[in-house]
Design a protein around this ligand. Sequence first.
Ligand code: SAM
Length: 275
Amino acid sequence: MSTIDDLPPLREVIATHDLAPQKRLGQNFLFDLNLTAKIARQAKPLDECTVLEVGPGPGGLTRALLSEGAARVVAVEKDPRCVPALDEIAERYPGRLDIRQLDALGLDLSAVADDRPLKIVSNLPYNVGTQLLLDWLAVPAWPPRWESLTLMFQKEVAERIVAAPGTNHYGRLAVLAGWRTKARIAFEVPREAFTPPPKVTSAIVHLTPRPEPAPAPLDALERVTASAFGQRRKMLRQSLKSLGGAALLESVGIDPQRRAETLSIEEFLKLANAI
Ligand code: SAM
């Protein structure tokens, strides 16, 4: 069977390099190069860009990013077993694939970026996906170093990222993501697309930074959303008691009897600015 790049099919790559998926590393691999190309295309145009891919594994998405024209891909993979498979891709695309065998948690983006726009495209390991998203969103200076994020999450997490006020999934993640970015679910990915299949459906989320989000202190916003959603069924005068309770809420014109999930993002920003 021919592939998008004349490299061997991914099942063969897994067998050759003995890459039995490991649960502890969140390894659910994608073998369908049409699907990985569809993910890569969400981040287009790629030809003037450097792409950071976290967790390339055997390289299905990496191959799609390169064949869709990414100028350079920096692939950060924790599992040393994947490196020989990725080396074969690097040989097929000389000078365009930079493999870093390290942990992506705590990765400094300036260590991977160059003078091209940076896009982040990843089929993330589920155990660290939310933490990585928070790292990329909760940066002191805005706009961030990256131009877009195109990321795989469990569908439930994807819904929490894009949730609107008044809905069940609305919470800290939606406030932070909605404040600083435009976020949308691009498409769902069924369990069977992965080897091995995870327990739940997945979804690709695409986020682009808002150029000038309303100013608010990040730490105060985190405190206010943690308190409000930590006790989401209680009235805000109760859940925000330690931050000023009813007096704080009235000072910014919010009825203290309301509950966290009814507040708009703008109202959370007002509270963050007031504490
Ligand atoms: N991109 C591949 C694909 O789509 O088939 C693999 C995706 S798999 C869901 C997640 C990958 O992230 C695995 O290859 C795993 O080894 C890697 N990984 C897990 N934790 C990591 C970490 N902290 N830093 C970098 N890579 C990690």
